[in-house]
Design a protein around this ligand. Structure first.
Ligand SMILES: Cc1ncc(COP(=O)(O)O)c(C=O)c1O
Length: 308
């Protein structure tokens, strides 16, 4: 079945210490994660029964919860990993998207003092999906360069994964008006940053670049850069002026939910001669190959319930 036609119905959720069908997962509207976007999260995936880069995701998560001052979640790193394993185990999924969310919680009194909240840990595992459609995986995505400036890093640190995304929402409506489905945002200096749910790469005459600042340090982005070394591709983090992006030979997006996703047009202009371009294709092949490499993967324990 095409990956995005699967439903979320089969997933398992976890909140306030309880497991339940994903569709039953609910957050009280009093939680400041909802009211203030006072939350952070991470998203990882399971392929063929193995977590991909589990500890790298956990390192990013540990840094996020510490930077956002979530100090009362009640689960240490090993316990958190067991909760994630158990969501996957109970869902019986071999290929899953797995989410880990911390919210500030509900304040004790009317003054919404953040220090009175009991922080919440939420997790879920649902069938694996791509952030773009199956058709776009084949033919490439149409992306616009939005006029919207990404929320400056000095205001909200983009390396802490979060759902505060009104800049992305405004840019997406701009994209829909221009007959595209995706938007990449610029920073205050006119350089390319990222889109909702993905980092971006662009190939310029043998140099494969991805923005060096103002973005989430994506695990897929990091993997692609490591694979560049193996394939003798010159991959680097560097500023990409928005004015140059249409001149790229190849462009692709990267996300845990989809891996490498080719881009067909930027602001209506076709990119390269074929989609996916040859460099994108080589990296994509190797990206999925290394999912079976024990250096990158952790086998899901489908046998042991969490209490044992
Ligand atoms: C804003 C943003 N940038 C980049 C990414 C890609 O990160 P990763 O490769 O770790 O999935 C995501 C993933 O959700 C994201 O939300």
């Amino acid at each position: 079945m095409p990956v995005n036609e699967r439903t979320h119905g089969k997933g398992i959720g976890f909140i306030d210490g309880d497991y339940m069908p994903f569709d039953d997962l609910r957050l009280p509207v009093t939680d400041l994660g909802f009211q203030l976007s006072d939350m952070c999260y991470d998203a990882l995936h399971v392929r063929n029964g193995k977590f991909f880069r589990f500890d790298d995701h956990m390192d990013r998560w540990d840094r996020s919860i510490s930077e956002r001052r979530f100090d009362t979640l009640g689960y240490d790193r090993e316990q958190t990993k067991r909760v994630l394993n158990d969501c996957v185990r109970q869902s019986e999924l071999q290929d899953a998207m797995v989410y880990l969310v911390a919210t500030r919680g509900t304040p004790a009194g009317p003054f919404k003092d953040l220090r009175t909240c009991k922080n919440r840990l939420i997790a879920w595992a649902v069938p694996y999906y791509n952030v773009v459609t199956d058709q776009e995986m084949q033919d490439g995505c149409d992306v616009i360069i939005s006029d919207i400036v990404r929320i400056p890093s000095d205001s909200v640190d983009p390396t802490v994964k979060n759902f505060g995304r009104l800049d992305f929402c405004a840019a997406l409506f701009e994209a829909y008006e221009k007959d595209a489905r995706y938007a990449v945002l610029v920073d205050q200096n006119g350089n390319i940053t990222e889109g909702r749910g993905w980092n971006i790469f662009a190939l310029f005459g043998g140099r494969l670049l991805s923005p060096d600042s103002g973005v989430l340090e994506g695990i897929t982005r990091r993997t692609v850069l490591e694979l560049c070394d193996r394939l003798n591709i010159d991959g680097e983090l560097a500023p990409i002026p928005a004015d140059n992006l249409q001149d790229a030979d190849e462009v692709f997006l990267t996300s845990t939910a989809g891996g490498l996703m080719p881009v067909r047009r930027i602001d209506g202009k076709a990119i390269g001669n074929s989609v996916p371009g040859p460099v994108t294709q080589r990296l994509t092949n190797l990206y999925w190959e290394i999912h079976d490499d024990p250096a990158y993967s952790t086998v899901v324990d489908y046998a042991t319930p969490i209490d044992n």
